[in-house]
Design a protein around this ligand. Structure first.
Ligand code: FAD
Length: 392
């Protein structure tokens, strides 16, 4: 018997819940929202007190906005009037040779600091559901037994029928229960900084620059309200290790590489220090569940390998986890075989896009000239580009 199992015994348990969600980021909050009306006793715990920051590009993809509308149309409405959001309708992509294309989005999307966005989602969990909320409560260890899951946390011990791991890129649950380890071929690193007064931005437009010096990484510049910007640089961990890259230095180097950026940053200053974090990519299929547990979002390695978008996939998996739990609770059966239905549903929904974008990432990493040529071609053929970009 593992050591942790000896530490948590039944008489230590202060609360039993039908479902415990660990992590109240987009994956966990969405799972709790989608379990509303389920009649189940649900708890969500997070090691942080909210509002809390999360290092991110703060680009809330259209998929997230659409999904919130499916849970409750009011949420879309509130988001559209939320003062901390910047509406985004297009992305400008600039190649290392300076050619550009603009992709116009089909779905409504926003930029919003995660400090504000995640807090908004969590506020909805608190106000619109009967979920029991534990903030400043860190999961320390977990034991799966035949009839329940035992959790040791910084606020006491809990037990549950099923545990949903939404505890992010450094997920304890993914490591302990699914044996995940960081694989540099399927992981990226990125840094983020907030700046003010960057000139020359087009309203409602995100920007991405592919650097020659720091290839195959990319630099982003995303506008936020009040003339502030989220800027950052990210790259596949394998390339970071091979090239011995320092991402903070690369962020500055890319601004110096593009004369356009150097000029636009001339009056700009940082609002906050540069922070970094990891991105577990969805470029391989992993087991997302097992006996009495499901993994969602970054804990399940579901970030789009090409764009780095993870919020939409995290929320999608959180919603699918809630549907799975609703379906199977009455049968009281959450064994590893039953839970495979969850993995199938996630990969049925996200798998095709993840596979296609993994292929595109591999091709563009191996043949940088191809990316330059593609952008140069599409920039000339405006009509064709609108059609092709819509397909991406
Ligand atoms: C630099 C960078 C830029 C990015 N830019 C974008 C972008 O612009 N758009 C986009 O869509 N995606 C972006 N991503 C990816 C995105 O941030 C993640 O995919 C997203 O946050 C995943 O949501 P989540 O709910 O799975 O995890 P998280 O948002 O990380 O939430 C996990 C939660 O679990 C809690 N937790 C962790 N461990 C424990 C524990 N032991 N006990 C209790 N609680 C715990 C944490 O406090 C946290 O609140 C970016 C990532 C990085 C690193």
């Amino acid at each position: 018997m593992p050591e942790v199992a000896k530490q948590i015994v039944d008489q230590d348990i202060s609360h039993h819940f039908d479902v415990i969600i660990v992590g109240a980021g987009p994956a966990g909050a969405t799972c709790a929202l989608a379990l509303e009306d389920s009649g189940l006793q649900v708890a969500i715990l997070d090691k942080a007190g909210f509002p809390r920051d999360k290092v991110c590009g703060d680009s809330i993809p259209g998929r997230s906005v659409k999904l919130l509308g499916q849970i409750d149309p009011r949420y879309q409405e509130i988001l559209s009037k939320f003062p901390h959001t910047e509406y985004v309708s297009a992305t400008r992509v600039v190649s290392s040779s300076g050619k550009q294309i603009i992709k116009y989005w089909n779905n409504r999307a926003y930029n919003c600091k995660r400090m504000e966005f995640d807090n908004l989602l969590f506020d909805w969990v608190k106000s619109d559901t009967k979920t029991t909320v534990f903030e400043n409560t860190e999961l320390q260890s977990v034991t799966i037994e035949s009839d329940k899951v035992l959790l040791k946390t910084s606020s006491g011990n809990f037990s549950t029928d099923i545990i949903v791991g939404c505890d992010g890129a450094h997920s304890l649950l993914a490591k302990k229960l699914a044996g995940f380890t960081v694989n540099k071929y399927h992981y990226a690193g990125a840094v983020r900084a907030y700046h003010s007064n960057i000139t020359g931005s087009t309203p409602n437009q995100n920007e991405i620059f592919f650097s020659k010096k720091a290839y195959p990484g990319y630099f982003w510049l995303f506008p936020l309200p009040d003339n502030s910007f989220n800027i950052g640089f990210g790259m596949l961990s394998k390339a970071i290790a091979e090239k011995k890259m320092n991402l903070k230095e690369s962020l500055v180097a890319v601004i110096e590489e593009f004369p356009e950026l150097t000029q636009r940053f001339s009056a700009s200053g940082p609002i906050q220090q540069i922070d970094g974090f990891g991105l577990p990519l969805g470029s391989r299929n992993l087991p997302l569940s097992g006996n009495r547990f499901l993994l969602c979002g970054d804990a399940a390695s579901l970030i789009d390998p090409l764009s780095g978008d993870g919020i939409g996939n995290a929320m999608t998996s959180g919603k699918i986890a809630a549907e799975h739990i609703r379906n199977y609770f009455s049968k009281g059966n959450f064994d590893a075989i039953t839970n495979q239905a969850y993995d199938k549903a996630v990969y049925r929904t996200l798998g095709q896009e993840l596979k296609r974008n993994t292929r595109l990432l591999r091709i563009s990493s191996r043949f940088p000239w191809l990316l330059n040529s593609a952008i140069a071609f599409l920039s000339k053929k405006n009509f064709v580009s609108r059609y092709l970009l819509k397909k991406l």
